[in-house]
Design a binder for this molecule. Structure first.
Ligand SMILES: C[S@@+](CC[C@H](N)C(=O)[O-])C[C@H]1O[C@@H](n2cnc3c(N)ncnc32)[C@H](O)[C@@H]1O
Length: 223
């Protein structure tokens, strides 16, 4: 059975694309991904390429599944890791394919790159993605519970509904110390990478790049 490949291409830099992904992409009939993912292989793709956008995602994912079921080798490029706020869920949500028919190749998530930059052990951290409006009261309450339990939080903000400054305001209004230590890691692995060390109160007034990971340290530390 030919499986549909969904591969992680890392958080941004071509240095984080593993050799196995290069092999799969170079041998594929069809390569689908966001422009910034396709750019990582510029000039090396011989199969047909399709730029994935918010507007064409449903049609292109259906095309990917159908083509793979017809025996064509298809690869979908997912930034970071496909299984964390990535394209694996979008493909499974089509209900056109099961996980048994998919070959997932893991990638370096922006979560991992962020933790590495900060020298942070993340095995006990709480991970959240609020990306693309994935913001509900229940998830916000889970966020509070993690911090109250003394666990660090690593999260993807949402660029429209839950920006870093809105997250900071929510935490302060929920009773957390406004001096809590916060890191914002922008454009990880890219030339314009920026790591900002701050506090809840200082984040309140700052706008960050949409490509960012926010870390909230549960333990009280001076900034
Ligand atoms: C659709 S999610 C994809 C996450 C991806 N699957 C992963 O594991 O990193 C996109 C969000 O991931 C975060 N992100 C992805 N790449 C990033 C980078 N290079 N630097 C900082 N944050 C990044 C941002 O919060 C962005 O809005």
């Amino acid at each position: 059975m030919v499986k549909l490949n969904i591969v992680g291409v890392g958080p941004g830099s071509a240095d984080y694309v593993p050799p196995i992904v290069h092999r799969i992409v170079l041998g594929a009939h069809i390569v689908i991904g966001a422009q910034r993912s396709l750019d990582l292989f510029r000039g090396n793709v011989s199969g047909e390429t399709h730029v994935l956008t918010a507007k064409n995602i449903d049609g292109l994912l259906s095309y990917a599944v159908e083509s793979s079921k017809k025996g064509r080798s298809v690869v979908i490029l997912s930034t970071g890791d496909p299984g964390f706020s990535g394209l694996l869920k979008s493909v499974l949500n089509t209900k056109l394919i099961t996980s048994a028919e998919i070959n997932v190749v893991p990638g370096v998530s922006a979560i991992q790159a962020c933790a590495a930059r900060l020298g942070l052990c993340w095995d006990e951290a709480c991970l959240f993605t609020f990306h693309q409006g994935n913001v509900s009261d229940d998830r916000k309450i889970e966020l509070l519970a993690c911090l109250k339990a003394g666990r660090d939080v690593i999260l993807f903000p949402d660029a429209n509904f839950f920006l870093p400054k809105e997250i900071a305001a929510y935490l302060i209004n929920s009773g957390f110390d406004q001096n809590m230590l916060v890191f914002i890691c922008e454009n990880l692995t890219l030339d314009n990478e920026r790591i900002v060390k701050s506090s809840l109160k200082d984040v309140l007034t700052v706008d960050f790049n949409a490509l960012c990971v926010m870390v909230i340290k549960a333990k009280r530390e001076a900034v």
